[in-house]
Design a protein around this ligand. Structure first.
Ligand SMILES: [Zn+2]
Ligand SMILES: [Zn+2]
Length: 255
């Protein structure tokens, strides 16, 4: 017989090989460990936008729950219970015969340790489905690194995140759709028109890069050495760097 997952020759009576069985069990255990973090990340105000110190009452009621995470938990729950019924030889569609009353975490752990995990007929099929769900869980729990904070929501002040290519962002709290570029520019304006905003050369370089303005740390320190840019006790003023970067003519047109 061939392993239903990796196609290598496996012992008679086994649906998946010993290596794939280990991997399958490992994925199930990892998902069992992810159940609590998944429930925690249902709260849209905590993730990934973070808390905002100032909130205003919005016209439309906020959506406090991440529906994508809710769907994922439902899918994982249904799949784990179905897998358990298959393993235990209960007709997968006949839920009435399922007397188990365990929670999701316990069901996943029970599946991982089940004696028939490598021998039941649909092992390869379920391994595929479980791998797919595990990938989605990973994405939900660890948003890709490329997403970064670009500025706050125009309605509710929640910090918004976007990928480099995103044209539009949707606020995870109030659901307001807004142009990514507008959010970035508004943040830049706030930083640059308030002359008490200070930062290190690296901070400023990073904040400007997010808004599409290129100025290296080195350029900023060079300006200081040449006497063009004052350095205060708490760092450089964003507005000073901005004026040097944009020049006097452009500053007027932005205002
Ligand atoms: Zn295999
Ligand atoms: Zn908002």
């Amino acid at each position: 017989m061939n392993c239903q997952n990796c196609k290598t020759i496996t012992e008679e009576g086994y649906s998946v090989c010993a290596t794939c069985e280990l991997r399958f069990a490992g994925t199930l255990l990892r998902l069992a460990r992810d159940v609590t973090p998944l429930h925690d990340s249902l709260d849209a105000t905590l993730h990934p936008g973070g808390h905002s110190p100032v909130r205003i009452q919005t016209a439309t009621p906020p959506t406090p729950i991440r529906l994508d995470v809710l769907d994922l938990i439902d899918m994982l729950d249904a799949t784990a219970r179905e897998l358990w019924r298959c393993l235990d030889g209960i007709d997968a569609l006949d839920w009435r015969k399922d007397r188990r009353n365990e929670d999701l975490t316990a069901t996943l752990i029970a599946c991982a340790g089940h004696a028939r995990l490598a021998t039941f007929a649909d092992a390869g099929f379920y391994m595929h489905i479980i791998n797919d769900i595990a990938r989605k869980v990973d994405t939900a729990l660890d948003p890709p690194e490329q997403r970064r904070e670009i500025g706050t929501c125009e309605l509710c002040e929640t910090m918004l995140t976007a990928g480099a290519a995103d044209q539009w962002v949707t606020c995870p709290v109030c659901g307001r759709e807004q142009r990514a570029q507008t959010v970035k520019l508004r943040r830049l304006k706030t930083l640059c028109w308030d002359d008490s905003e200070r930062g290190s050369a690296a901070d400023i370089s990073k904040a400007f890069a997010v808004s599409g303005l290129k100025v290296s740390r080195k350029t900023i320190t060079t300006w200081e050495q040449r006497g063009k840019l004052p350095r205060h006790a708490d760092g450089y003023a964003y507005c000073d760097v901005y004026r040097l970067l944009i020049g006097p003519d452009l500053t007027k047109s932005v205002r």
